[in-house]
Structures are given as C-alpha cells and as structure tokens.
Design a protein around this ligand. Structure first.
Ligand code: B12
Length: 221
C-alpha cells in the first residue's frame, strides 16, 4: 500500500500513533502537504458516511477525529513552509456556530489563511452569533467566517447575518460560510458574501474579496 493510503487508513482506523508516524514520513518524503490534507479530508468524510450507514459508531468516529488532529501536527509546519511572506491580507474572526463542536475543518481553514497572510482570530467551536459580531468589532475584523458541519446548526450562520442587519452592521464585515453541508445555494439564500468548499478555495476567494474591498475603499477616498 502507498504511504498516503496507509496514512488515510491509519486515520480512518483511529490509530493516532501510526497516523503521526506516517504523516512524519510523508513530510520527510516531501509530499505536498496540501495534497495530504485533501486525502485525509476525504478519508475522514468516508468515516462520516460509514457512521451514517451505521457501519461504525460514535467512538470510532471520535478516534478517527483524534487521529486526524494528531496527524495534522507534523503537517502544519510544512504548510507554514509554503508561506510566501504575503502579510496584511485582512483580519478574520472565525468560529464554528453555536451547538456545533466540529472544528477540524475550521482549524485547517485558519491555518491556511494564516500562512497566506491573514490575521486569524479563532473563536473555537460552539460560538454564539452575537459573540462572533462582538469579537469582530473588538478586533476591527474585515471578515467573519462561520463554519457549520450539521444541517441542524447551519441556521446559526443565517443568525449572524440577520443580527448584523439588525445592528446596522451588515456592510461592515464580509461574511463567509463553509462546512460540509453548506452550499453555494445556502450561502446565497442567507445572503452571505462568499462560500468555499475547502480551505484552499477559502484563501483564494477571500484574497479576491479583500482586494475588491480595498479597491472600493481607495476609490471612496
Ligand atoms: C470528525 C467528525 C466528528 C468529530 C468532531 C471532532 C472535532 N473536534 O471536530 C466528533 C466525533 C466529536 C463528532 C461529533 C458529532 N458528529 Co460528527 N462528524 C465528523 C465527520 C466524520 C468529519 C468532519 C471533519 O472533521 N471533516 C474534515 C474537515 C477537514 O472537513 P470539513 O469540516 O468539511 O472542512 C472543510 C470544508 O468544509 C471547508 N470549511 C469548513 N469550515 C469552513 C468555514 C468557512 C468560513 C469556510 C469558508 C470553509 C470552511 O474547509 C475545510 C477544510 O478544507 C463528519 C462527516 C462529514 N461528512 O463531514 C461527521 C458529521 C458532521 N457528524 C455528524 C453528527 C450527527 C455528529 C454528532 C451529532 C454525533 C452524535 N450522535 O453525538 C456529534 C455532534 C455533536 C455537536 N453538537 O456538534 C453528522 C452530521 C449530520 C447532520 N445533521 O448534518 C456527520 C455529517 C456524519 C454523518 N454522515 O452522519 N463528529
């Protein structure tokens, strides 16, 4: 079995120690860290599908999640290695919405944004809509990023946008949304400014959005 396959398998089996060793091996072999993260993402989503089909249960899903988080430890510094010294892209307040404890994907989004020059304030999982806004005001953020991994918690993303409107702050922040069940259609329906399918896409979309924002700011002057 190829190294990458063995790594994905170790994560799916919840074998954290093996996963770390194989991730280290993959990084030593100079594999593309982004490609490795993509493969692991597919792998853990497959565990979710098995969970849905009741082929595995919560403890197995938890072990797989832990193994994925551990495997990210040797990979993260290599992602930082692709940093190209592009600082000051913008400030983002990022969190997973209230009632939702999933945060592996959000961590990856935070990491990739950081290495690409964004200042990231990660509020963690289970964040109340108002807390996203309060923190965004405190740190003078450009962007609010809300992750939701469950169909039942997606309305938390909408709540942030509705609250911003009620507070007269809708145009102050670019609101981006993501998470497995979140789609472009949902983003449009709730009036979000952007949506991204994965972390690399999030970087590209937010870089573009911040470029446009700055463009507007300078023409306004
Ligand atoms: C790992 C996992 C867990 C772990 C979470 C560990 C952790 N600390 O995060 C544990 C075991 C704790 C867990 C718990 C539960 N889980 Co769970 N879990 C998953 C699983 C298998 C993988 C999620 C993941 O980490 N993916 C890998 C990352 C890298 O991908 P990602 O999250 O999609 O993120 C990428 C993109 O979406 C995007 N992105 C993500 N966020 C954002 C944000 C922004 C702003 C942007 C732009 C982009 C973006 O970029 C990321 C990187 O590329 C999914 C299956 C699935 N298909 O998603 C189920 C899944 C999400 N869980 C599910 C369920 C039901 C639960 C539980 C309710 C189970 C239970 N009975 O207790 C609890 C939830 C409790 C709660 N209140 O939140 C269901 C949800 C079903 C639904 N209602 O929609 C799923 C879909 C499994 C299934 N098929 O049934 N879970």
């Amino acid at each position: 079995m190829e190294l990458l396959e063995r790594l994905v398998q170790a994560v799916q089996d919840g074998e954290a120690e093996d996963a770390v060793a194989l991730a280290e091996e993959a990084m030593a072999a100079q594999m593309d860290p982004l490609a490795v993260v993509d493969a692991l993402t597919e792998g853990i989503r497959e565990v979710g599908n098995r969970f849905e089909r009741m082929e595995v249960f919560l403890p197995e899903m938890m072990l797989a999640a832990q193994a994925m988080q551990k495997a990210m430890e040797p990979i993260s510094p290599c992602l930082e290695g692709i940093k190209e010294g592009r600082e000051g892209k913008g400030t983002i307040v990022l969190g997973t919405v209230e009632g939702d404890i999933h945060e592996i994907g959000k961590h990856i989004v935070a990491l990739l944004l950081e290495v690409n020059g964004f200042a990231v304030h990660d509020l963690g999982p289970d964040v109340n809509a108002l807390d996203f806004i309060k923190r965004a005001q405190e740190v003078k953020a450009d962007i609010i990023g809300a992750s939701a991994l469950m169909t039942t918690t997606m309305p938390g993303q909408q709540e942030i946008i509705e609250l911003l409107k009620d507070m007269g702050l809708r145009d102050t922040f670019h609101v981006t949304v993501g998470g497995t069940p979140v789609t472009q259609e949902w983003a449009e329906e709730i009036g979000a400014d952007s949506w991204a399918e994965n972390a690399s896409q999030a970087v590209a979309i937010l870089e573009e959005a911040m470029g446009e924002r700055r463009g507007h700011a300078s023409t306004a002057l």
